[in-house]
Structures are given as structure tokens and as C-alpha cells.
Design a protein around this ligand. Structure first.
Ligand SMILES: Nc1ncnc2c1ncn2[C@@H]1O[C@H](COP(=O)(O)OP(=O)(O)OP(=O)(O)O)[C@@H](O)[C@H]1O
Ligand SMILES: [Mg+2]
Length: 421
């Protein structure tokens, strides 16, 4: 049976819709399109509900922190009280005063100061420096009928330690005085120590939440929500390929999903075949940021045609990782053996791992000490990119590609214990 093909007009309309639903470059702004994250949202809502409690949300780049900060207001159960969702972003040159003023510029209110009622922002009342006392005084102006939520995203960008300390002090003071404002700080970091100065002083009054990479069911929900909205379907193998390739970074689910949908629609189909996903891989590679392409080339560049930088990097991207995204050299051995179709020892590639961490654009981060080094991609988005390049360049073999489209083997290669000498 051959399915009827979509007329061109309809396919174009669907393409337009797909482009709006799959958003690889922007945080989620519509609650219906937000997938998973129930556990984190639950903790955040509890903290907002509890007077004197504040939130620090941290995690790797691109896992969905800003989306959570945008959407959280829709998770707050309806009450007669109104959520005041105030969201700003921190920049490297910010001081406490400039950041406080940015927050003030988002606090709107109506008043009549003798010239008739009109709208104001709090920042209009602060032409000069804003002090901590000014800030605390303004935080007392919110009514009890409001649920004020003040979000500072990209908090890791703040380079001024005094600004970070000032925010710790603000949180402490808001908590000690029983103010009902909730401060919600968001930033890229492995742990709170890296994100904030003096965080110990506010440990008791803050909910410190790690945003992990997306689980397999969450990635699947990202994809399925959008496809069902488009009335589109996908081959099981194609679906798993998208889910497994993304390595828990939702932007790749969006990007692969979008280009796979485009590919099917370009042929008038509402069903996505695995081949559409394969085409999407090429499209994602060419649509990737130039920095990703440049960093990849810097890492693998060589005048020696027999150099194995590409192969070893591909094996790193396929290696099994721990919760923090680190892999041990032993985990590289098996994917590398599969890529090279011969037995390899750690000694064959450990100098290359070292080079990836110390030079070659430092594409890998290294942790631990000499005998127990662990590595991970400095930029999380590089890992799926390297796998896709490996597929595109024919480095990653058929067995690994097959494994990508199976639900049972999301890690592709297990770490095998070292043989005893
Ligand atoms: N819960 C979700 N459901 C669907 N898509 C999501 C979800 N969370 C994030 N995304 C998508 O993932 C990508 C990254 O999201 P977001 O910008 O929120 O991450 P981030 O952690 O703030 O990133 P960065 O560290 O770069 O600031 C975006 O494409 C966004 O649309
Ligand atoms: Mg963000």
C-alpha cells in the first residue's frame, strides 16, 4: 500500500510548523513543549512555596537550565496569589549595582505621583549606585498577594567576586528577615562551589539543584511531543538513533528531529524513515556552529596521513561515561578497537589523550591524578558532534551505528576490566 503524498502547500505549512516546534537554539518558552524534569520542577516549586528558601540551579552547558527557569511559573499551582516572574541575565562586567538595576528595570508598577497614574519601573528611582540595603528595601515592597520570583540566569558569567558575595548576603538577609521573595540563581557549573562565592553561608536556606543531562525517557518525550503535534510518525530505529546520538543534550534532539522532519516533508511524507535521520545527521553537522567545527579541526589536524586523531577522538565520544560525563582511558579501548578493527592497548593512545587535554585546543578536560586520569569533552556539545562527524567520515563502523538505533545499548560500549599482567 502506498500512502498518499502531501500536496506541496501542506508540506510547506508543516515545515513551517516543525521549525517552530523544534527549537535547538532557544530555551523553551511554552509550557506544553517542555518535556520531563518533574523531579527538579517539584523541588523548585517547594522552595518557592517555602518562605525564606531560595534556589540555585546548576549543571552542564545546554542541559535545559534556562528553559526550566522560564517555564517554572507554570508549575506553580493556581492560587489567588499572583506570580511575579522577574528574569534577568548576568554579564561578565556586572557589579552588584548593575545587576540589581537590571532586576529593578524588570519590576513594573503603576503609581500616581501627582502627574496622573502611569507605569514606572523601579530602576527609574535609582539613577546612581544600588546598594544591598536599597535592594533589600525594594524587596520589601512586594505585596503579600504576590509570589515574587527573581531569576538571575548565567550567574556563572559574573566575574566580580564582590558581586557574587553580595548576592550571598542578599539571600541570607532575605531569609533571616522572613521576606517572601524567592531568589533563583541559574548557572553553568559542576557544583555550587564553582558557581558562587560564600555559598556555605547560605547552604541552609537554599535548595541547590543539579540539572542533569536528559534521561532517555525525557529525550523521547521531547521528540514525541513535537511529532505528535505535527501528526508525524517515525521509524523505531530512527527514533532511537536521535535519542542515543543526543547524549542527553536536548538541543540535539531538537536539531535532529527538525531536519529529519524536513527530510520527510520534502518528499511529501508524514512518516520519518531512518534514512531521513541519516540525512539529518549531515544537516546538523553542516548547520553546527562554526566554533564547534573549528575546535574539531584544531583537535584532529595533522600533516601525517596515518595519524589517528580523528579515530581516537571518535572513540572518546563513544566511551562510556560516569554521571559527571567523565570517561577513563580503559573505556576508550573497546570503541577504538572497533573503529580500527584491531586490538589496542591504552599505551597506544594515552599520549593522544594527553595532547587532547594539554594542546589541540584542549578539546578534553582532564581530572584526577597521573595514574587515574579521567577525561571529558570540555564542551558537552562536542561529544555528539564528534560522533556525527565520525559517522559522516566513515570512521565509526556499522556495528556502532547499528547500536545507535537500538534501545538496549545506549552506551554502545561497556568498560571492560583491564587484563591482569
Ligand atoms: N524540558 C525540555 N523539553 C524540551 N526541550 C528542552 C527542555 N529543556 C531544554 N530544552 C531544549 O534544550 C536546549 C537547551 O536548553 P536551555 O537553553 O534551556 O539550556 P541551558 O542549560 O540554559 O543552556 P546554557 O548552559 O547554554 O545556558 C534548547 O534547545 C531547548 O529548547
Ligand atoms: Mg541557559
Amino acid at each position: 500500500m502506498t500512502k498518499k503524498l502531501l500536496p506541496k502547500e501542506e508540506a510547506l505549512a508543516k515545515r513551517f510548523e516543525a521549525n517552530q516546534l523544534f527549537t535547538p537554539s532557544a530555551p523553551i518558552a511554552v509550557a506544553e513543549m517542555f518535556a520531563g524534569r518533574q523531579a527538579q520542577a517539584g523541588k523548585i516549586v517547594d522552595a518557592i512555596g517555602e518562605r525564606g528558601r531560595h534556589i540555585i540551579l546548576f549543571g552542564e552547558r545546554g542541559v535545559g537550565k534556562s528553559s526550566m527557569a522560564q517555564i517554572i511559573r507554570f508549575f506553580i499551582p493556581a492560587t489567588p496569589r499572583q506570580v511575579r516572574h522577574i528574569r534577568v541575565q548576568a554579564f561578565p562586567n556586572d557589579t552588584f549595582s548593575t545587576l540589581a538595576k537590571r532586576i529593578f528595570s524588570e519590576i513594573h508598577f503603576d503609581a500616581d505621583y501627582g502627574e496622573g497614574k502611569r507605569g514606572y519601573t523601579v530602576s527609574e528611582f535609582y539613577p546612581n549606585e544600588v546598594t544591598i540595603d536599597n535592594f533589600l528595601a525594594e524587596m520589601r515592597q512586594f505585596g503579600e498577594s504576590e509570589i515574587p520570583l527573581i531569576i538571575v540566569d548565567e550567574f556563572n558569567e559574573l566575574s566580580d567576586p564582590d558581586a557574587s558575595i553580595a548576592f550571598s548576603n542578599v539571600i541570607k538577609a532575605l531569609s533571616d528577615t522572613g521576606n517572601h521573595v524567592t531568589m533563583f540563581l541559574v548557572g553553568v557549573a559542576d557544583n555550587v562551589t564553582d558557581l558562587m562565592e560564600r555559598h556555605e553561608s547560605i547552604a541552609r536556606c537554599t535548595e541547590q539543584i543539579l540539572m542533569p543531562r536528559m534521561s532517555v525517557p525525557e529525550r523521547r518525550e521531547v521528540l514525541e511531543k513535537r511529532l505528535s503535534q505535527l501528526n508525524m510518525t517515525i521509524d523505531t530505529d530512527g527514533k532511537w538513533k536521535i535519542i542515543n546520538l543526543s547524549k542527553g543534550l536536548p538541543a540535539y534532539v531538537h536539531a535532529l528531529g527538525k531536519f529529519a522532519a524536513f527530510s520527510a516533508l520534502s518528499e511529501g511524507r508524514l512518516h520519518i524513515f531512518e534514512q531521513d535521520v541519516d540525512r539529518a545527521i549531515d544537516d546538523v553537522i553542516s548547520a553546527s556552529q562554526q566554533t564547534l567545527k573549528d575546535d574539531y579541526e584544531t583537535a584532529v589536524r595533522s600533516n601525517n596521513s596515518r595519524a589517528l586523531f580523528r579515530q581516537i577522538l571518535a572513540a572518546c565520544a563513544l566511551a562510556k561515561v560516569d554521571d559527571a560525563g567523565f570517561f577513563v582511558p580503559a573505556a576508550v579501548r573497546e570503541p577504538l578497537a572497533s573503529i580500527l578493527r584491531r586490538k589496542v592497548e591504552i599505551a597506544n593512545f594515552q599520549d593522544t589523550l594527553k595532547a587532547f587535554a594539554e594542546s589541540r585546543g584542549q578539546i578534553l578536560d582532564r581530572a584526577g591524578t597521573e595514574r587515574i586520569y579521567r577525561f571529558r569533552f570540555a564542551n558537552p556539545a562536542m561529544q555528539p558532534y564528534v560522533i556525527m562527524r565520525g559517522i559522516g567520515e566513515g570512521i565509526i563502523d556499522e556495528a556502532a551505528r547499528q547500536a545507535l538505533s537500538s534501545p538496549e545499548q545506549p552506551d554502545l560500549f561497556a568498560v571492560t576490566p583491564l587484563p591482569r599482567a
